[in-house]
Design a protein around this ligand. Structure first.
Ligand SMILES: Nc1nc2c(ncn2[C@@H]2O[C@H](COP(=O)(O)OP(=O)(O)OP(=O)(O)O)[C@@H](O)[C@H]2O)c(=O)[nH]1
Ligand SMILES: [Mg+2]
Ligand SMILES: [Zn+2]
Length: 299
């Protein structure tokens, strides 16, 4: 009898005690590593595209090779992300604009599209929602105004997730797990009350797990991202390129080496004064510039 093996291509959803679960056209295959991959200690990450072999008459497969990664994060350990959905509560806890900007810098440095989602919009006025949304208009980041309580914005966000691999990042208590539950009722993740005493979330979610909304939509709900350091290899003159609303103005500064800090005739500072670049974005740029310079010095 002739044995014909089938080679398929799929995406790793999770690794679990020596096995990898690979999704391909809506079917989940349990795969082991082949000898050479096991020996070489090749690292496989959720999100990795792999080729795997299915022996005829069996349901399980063996991973043959991992295809080149578009990007790779260390924390959470995932590969081939399309977008970083930055989830922020408009209230309780109050939005941390510096964390938003830190995450947008981080995303763009890794060629990941940043998406900002304001949650708990039921707790503030429409005016306050608009004020927050406007901060990111000049940068061109997509902004979603949502509430898992009223259902506001949930359909639009689901649409934005569709067909992509997203990580949902945000401080504890902003509603990441509630948002996952609102997006689909198939998960029923545990959500926690914010401790009244500390007004801090309790980190109800402790590990990274990939959720599959449909055949080609993946979402990772992660524990807080709040202590994120800026990527260590950013150089001071590269930072401004990670603020999209600065880009078209960079040629207008008097000095080609302008860091948009204390230099005269700086087109960025002038745009801030005219209100074309939001104050908070510029202040966070300056804070990150300081951090990047400190990091450069410590090497
Ligand atoms: N008012 C209001 N409360 C919300 C909304 N979404 C979530 N909450 C509440 O916010 C609290 C925190 O929600 P979670 O979904 O547990 O937050 P989380 O981001 O997953 O928290 P960690 O797992 O600790 O990182 C819970 O008490 C939720 O009921 C919303 O849209 N409006
Ligand atoms: Mg959670
Ligand atoms: Zn300048």
């Amino acid at each position: 009898m002739e044995h014909t093996d089938q080679i398929l291509e799929g995406t790793i959803i999770k690794g679990y005690s020596g096995f990898y679960y690979v999704s391909c056209e809506g079917v989940l295959y349990e795969c082991s590593l082949r000898g050479k991959n096991r020996q070489k200690k090749v690292k496989f990450l959720p999100g990795d595209r792999v080729r795997f072999r299915i022996a005829e008459g069996t349901a399980g497969g063996a991973i043959e090779e991992v295809l080149p990664r578009r990007n790779e994060l260390l924390r959470p350990p995932v590969a081939n992300l399309d977008q970083l959905v930055i989830l922020v509560a408009v209230y309780d806890p109050l939005p941390d604009l510096r964390l938003i900007d830190r995450l947008t810098v981080f995303a763009q440095w890794n060629q990941i599209r940043p998406v900002i989602c304001f949650n708990k919009c039921d707790l503030v006025s429409a005016e306050e929602q608009r004020r927050l949304q406007e901060i990111y208009r000049p940068a061109g980041f997509p902004v979603y105004l949502c509430s898992t309580v009223t259902g506001q914005g949930i359909d639009a966000l689901r649409e934005c997730l569709h067909g992509r691999f997203s990580v949902l990042a945000g401080n504890s208590g902003v509603g990441k797990s509630s948002m996952m539950n609102a997006i689909s009722d198939q998960w029923q993740l545990a959500t926690g009350e914010i401790s009244d005493k500390l007004k801090r979330g309790r980190h109800t979610t402790r590990h990274v797990e990939l959720f599959q909304l449909d055949a080609d939509t993946l979402i990772a709900d992660t524990p807080g991202f709040s202590s994120l350091q800026l990527p260590e290899d950013i150089k001071r003159e590269e930072l401004c390129r990670l603020f999209p609303e600065f880009l078209c103005r960079l040629g207008d500064c008097r000095f080609a080496t302008c860091l948009h800090n204390s230099e005269p005739d700086c087109a960025i500072k002038e745009a801030v004064e005219r209100g074309e670049i939001p104050q908070s974005r510029y202040e966070n740029y300056l804070a990150f510039l300081e951090e990047v310079i400190q990091q450069e010095r410590s090497y």
